[in-house]
Design a protein around this ligand. Structure first.
Ligand SMILES: [Zn+2]
Length: 292
């Protein structure tokens, strides 16, 4: 399974609304000037920090880091007050156990970190504002705008804290894919935050990488590549949690569930996940008429 130089036929980086070529180019030049490269994969066997949400993308990403690159993985999970918290937690428990058994020398149990984002003090108001934003197409991709920056700044701080345990971690792996539409899931956001991290941590070796959308590796691929890799290498993803709602059984119709089911269809892999409802014809996000 090719993980480098893999280009999606459906999504092109500069055609997406959440990407800004001029920002990516300028920050790329700064990083090149400061460290001689924009990003590069760490040495095989080295320690890395990865985000862990309990979702299919994050779990696939961690599996690839262990199975393909042989990294020592320190995952972190942000308990941010989300509705599906307990089901995300259950997924993480399942995959923590599975990875510990399969990669005993490389995998560390997920570190749960409590950070409320958006803050409880204004979450209700913000949710109402966000609902109104969905009525205008461009603003629909704003989501909770500070969330990912807060999550990944915290992740990088966790990486720094590992120095106290003798681990020098310079790379944090994110699991964003080509179909992600939010501004805070883009390559552009990633470069901006990487530059902020380098400056504020006073260390230009620090990197924020999302393998699927890292154009420096010739990549721009979607969830289907993750799914195919896991399927081929014997990792069952049906216990991952994608649905953002509070019910135990995933709804199957919210934009996140819909996206998950779309990716199984596109990968040509039978989705054995239990859902409450059949696959919907349309989603709030977008609808691809080639899929049924
Ligand atoms: Zn759902």
């Amino acid at each position: 399974m090719q993980l480098m130089g893999n280009q999606s036929k459906k999504f092109h980086v500069w055609e997406k609304e959440n990407e800004d070529k001029s920002i990516v180019n300028v920050i790329g030049q700064i990083l090149k000037y400061k460290r001689g490269y924009i990003v590069r994969m760490p040495e095989k066997g080295g320690p890395v920090v990865c985000c862990m949400s309990g979702g299919a993308d994050a779990v696939s990403n961690i599996f690839i880091m262990l199975n393909d690159f042989g990294y020592e993985v320190f995952p972190f999970f942000i308990n941010r007050g989300q509705s599906a918290y307990q089901w995300e937690r259950a997924s993480i428990k399942h995959y923590d156990q599975l990875f510990k058994e399969r990669f005993p020398k490389l995998y560390h149990e997920t570190k749960e970190i409590k950070v409320n984002t958006p803050a409880r003090e204004y979450k209700k108001d913000l949710r109402e504002v966000k609902k109104k934003c969905y009525e205008t197409e461009a603003s629909a991709h704003v989501s909770y705008p500070a969330r990912n920056s807060i999550i990944f700044l915290t992740g990088m701080e966790y990486a720094l804290s590992l120095k106290n345990k003798g681990k020098d971690v310079t790379t944090l792996f994110v699991a964003h894919v080509a179909s992600d539409t939010s501004y805070h899931c883009s390559l552009t956001w990633q470069r901006i935050l990487n530059l902020e991290i380098c400056h504020t941590f006073h260390d230009y070796q620090l990197q924020l990488i999302s393998l699927p959308i890292e154009i420096e590796f010739g990549n721009y691929f979607d969830k289907d590549v993750y799914l195919k890799y896991c399927y081929k290498n014997g990792l069952d993803l049906t216990k991952t949690r994608t649905c953002i709602r509070k019910d135990e059984i995933q709804c199957g119709t919210c934009p996140c569930c819909w996206d998950r089911r779309r990716s199984f269809l596109e990968a040509g892999i039978k989705d054995e996940t239990r859902y409450q409802k059949p696959y919907p014809e349309k989603s709030g996000r977008y609808y691809d008429s080639t899929l049924k």
